[in-house]
Design a protein around this ligand. Structure first.
Ligand code: DAH
Length: 371
């Protein structure tokens, strides 16, 4: 039997391992050496046919060859893997200090825009912005607003109750519901500050509802004025001034229609007149005649004496008016969306189309509407 030149085999394999420039090339060499038909494997097989004396000499040499080749492959593999990782890290590196190479594409959401516009308009009328929690007590959301326990607004089908909270109409501490309107902020404002008071309260409200014009979360702005000698006339002037500024038209006409809210007496639904101009419906003007009409816009009224009593104000000394309006609805009307649901879907294309420039802040001097 011809003695294999183990030293030559080892030299050949080790240089092939060294020359392997990538992991797949290295794998080819490994199969060539250690695979079923590999050189080293075949050498190992020759041990079986040797005499004990031969085996004693050749055995250690062949095993040493296998050992050397296995170690060399492992070492080369580790080096190639490190190099691959380094290359990847180098190619994926992000330099945070580089200037952005495109204009910022984020936009202001129409809801934020409309809230900013209204805050600007009301600031000019001397109103400040008040807030309250979205997880509200039963008492603030309902009882203090003269909504008795049997009132339909309390029914499970549109109020989200908090788990385990139970509903205790007198509990002023423990949140029991997701607020169904911004009106509880009236209560918090009157408890927190002595009148005279002029506040607006923009924020999220929640009701279990879902279609093209209702989402389970939506936005309202509440308004509240408490002072002496306040009348419905003040309410109407304030709303008219607000809506003219908001829609940027002087021909906005309002109609106060008798209505019912538990927390106001009398209560009025406020409609705004619309007309048809060149075949399109536009807000402004009115006319039940010649293609026009009224559209319901907000709820309002004179603060109910029982609400004043609930916050320890004497109704003979203090009067006030309040109103509540849907922000999303105002946005849809002013900026021409007909479906509410995409407002809250976070679709970047919708936001890009309907969003506003962050640099275009609403100001009364520059026009509250976006350019
Ligand atoms: N809270 C009422 C609602 O969510 C809206 C409302 C109506 C608010 C009359 C008022 C008001 O302040 O006076 O439907």
């Amino acid at each position: 039997m011809q003695e294999p030149d183990i030293a030559a085999v080892q030299a050949h394999l080790l240089s092939a391992i060294d020359a392997a420039a990538a992991l797949d090339a290295l794998e080819t060499v490994r199969v060539e050496a250690l695979g079923k038909q590999g050189r080293v494997t075949q050498l190992l097989k020759t041990l079986g046919g040797m005499t004990p004396d031969q085996r004693q000499v050749e055995g250690p040499r062949i095993h040493a060859l296998r050992e050397a080749v296995t170690t060399a492959i492992a070492t080369r593999k580790a080096a190639l893997e490190t190099a691959a990782l380094d290359a990847r890290l180098a190619s994926e590196r992000v330099d945070m200090t580089l200037p952005v190479d495109a204009a910022p594409t984020g936009t202001i959401h129409p809801v934020s825009q409309v809230m900013d516009e209204l805050a600007e308009i009301f600031a000019d009328l001397g109103f400040s912005v008040a807030t309250g929690p979205e997880m509200e007590t039963d008492w603030h959301n309902f009882s203090a607003l003269n909504i008795p326990e049997t009132h339909p607004a309390r029914a499970m089908h549109d109020t989200f109750y908090l788990e385990g909270a139970g509903s205790n109409p007198d509990d002023r501490e423990r949140p029991a519901v997701l607020r169904t309107h911004t009106s509880p902020v009236q209560i918090r404002a009157m408890l927190g500050h002595k009148p005279p008071l002029r506040i607006i309260a923009p924020g999220r409200v929640y009701r279990s509802d879902w279609d093209a014009t209702h989402t389970p979360m939506f936005h309202q702005i509440e308004g509240l004025v408490i002072d002496k000698g306040i009348t419905l006339g003040h309410l109407k002037w304030t709303l008219e001034t607000m809506l003219k500024a908001f829609f940027e038209r002087d021909d906005i006409v309002l109609r106060l229609r008798p209505s019912y809210f538990p927390f106001t007496e009398p209560s009025a639904e406020v409609d705004v007149g619309w007309s048809t101009v060149k075949g399109r419906r536009v807000l402004g003007g009115h006319g039940d005649d010649k293609g026009g009409g009224w559209m319901e816009l907000l709820g309002s009224g004179m603060v109910h004496p029982r609400v004043l009593e609930a916050v320890d104000l004497d109704p003979r000394e203090w009067q006030g008016f309040a109103f509540g309006v849907g922000v999303d609805r105002l946005a849809m009307l002013k900026y021409g969306m007909d479906d509410l649901r995409p407002f809250f879907e976070g679709d970047a294309r919708w936001l890009k189309h309907y969003g506003f420039s962050a640099l275009d802040m609403p100001t009364l001097s520059g026009g509250v509407g976006a350019a």
